[in-house]
Design a protein around this ligand. Structure first.
Ligand SMILES: Nc1ncnc2c1ncn2[C@@H]1O[C@H](COP(=O)(O)OP(=O)(O)OP(=O)(O)O)[C@@H](O)[C@H]1O
Length: 295
């Protein structure tokens, strides 16, 4: 596939380099047109969060520069861009993890269902906007207790094990892990495979019944087969929660994202439907990045 009008571009300068004019890559990425995980149309999207003019700095270093975008349930939003462009900082700002870094400061506003997240109690916010990290990090306890932990934390009185059973089962089912672990929920979580551990972490995140699920490179430590299982799961989950994923893997973003946000040097360069960002990007910088010109 060819991009509509490939203009000549000034190549983005690398550190300490002058910009140079080069011919624009004329071809769309080879994976455009390849099969996707998405089956059928996306469910009706509902706005969950609004990022408004968000800037985040570490000391004097600006990491995110006046970014605005909606985050919707019913869609997978992929944050893409070269290393250091601010993807993780943006992701971590959505549940106020950024503020745990002492040097970090923030301007702008992020709303969750209309409420400024700055006014919410951080732990409660992090249950509603929950994060799964790059490395699976189950607690050193049984499969059951990993999921039950969150439910126990939320309960006003300590619930009995049998009272938690159906909620634990439901979270494991939503994470596509139930069938594999139902036979022995007392199995130590750390003895599961890497892919199973990551699905357990997703189950643990879902147990709190969040509105937004943040995924920071969730497949980068996994083999291709586990990656496939998790990608299929992510696509299913977008019906129940808003999903935001940071990924370096453009093919993965193409396979699973409904919307894509391309960031460069802290700026949001382009935000749009995945078909547009990969197949007909509006910005030269996006065109160059998605076709492998840099990064
Ligand atoms: N804790 C921190 N203290 C100081 N600077 C930081 C900190 N975390 C990130 N940065 C800087 O902020 C900028 C954005 O980093 P961030 O990790 O958000 O980018 P990224 O796009 O997620 O990168 P990567 O893809 O490599 O994970 C980078 O210049 C980075 O060096």
């Amino acid at each position: 596939m060819r991009f509509a009008t490939p203009p000549p571009v000034r190549r983005l300068p690398l550190a300490g380099e002058e910009a140079v004019t080069v011919a624009a890559p004329a071809e769309a990425p080879s994976f455009v047109g390849a099969p996707r995980r998405r089956v059928g149309p996306a469910p009706l999207a509902v706005d969950r969060m609004h990022v408004e003019q968000l800037s985040v700095a570490y000391g004097r270093k600006l990491a995110v520069d006046a970014v605005s975008m909606p985050i919707r349930q019913g869609e997978v939003l992929a944050l893409i861009g070269p290393s250091g462009c601010g993807k993780t900082t943006l992701l971590r700002s959505l549940n106020r993890l950024t503020e745990l870094t002492k040097t970090a400061s923030m301007k702008g506003r992020i709303a969750l269902d209309g409420t400024d997240i700055a006014t919410l109690e951080p732990t409660a916010l992090r249950r509603r906007v929950t994060m799964v990290f790059q490395q699976p990090n189950p607690f050193p306890m049984s499969v059951f207790d990993n999921v039950a932990y969150v439910l126990r934390e939320q309960a006003s009185r300590r619930p009995r094990k049998r009272e938690l059973r159906s909620a634990v089962q439901s979270a494991l089912e939503r994470a596509g892990l139930w069938e594999e672990v139902a036979g022995d929920l007392s199995h130590p979580a750390l003895r599961l495979s890497g892919g199973q551990q990551q699905r357990l972490c997703i189950a643990r995140a879902l147990a709190a019944d969040p509105e937004v699920l943040l995924l920071d490179e969730p497949c980068s430590a996994l083999d291709p087969q586990s990656t496939q299982v998790i990608e299929e799961l992510i696509v299913t989950l977008r019906e129940q929660v808003a999903v935001v994923i940071v990924t370096h893997n453009l093919q993965q973003a193409y396979r699973i994202a409904d919307y894509v946000a391309f960031m460069y040097l802290g700026e949001l360069v382009e935000y749009g439907p995945a078909d547009q960002v990969f197949g007909a990007p509006r910005q030269v910088r996006t065109q160059e990045y998605v076709s492998g010109g840099f990064g």
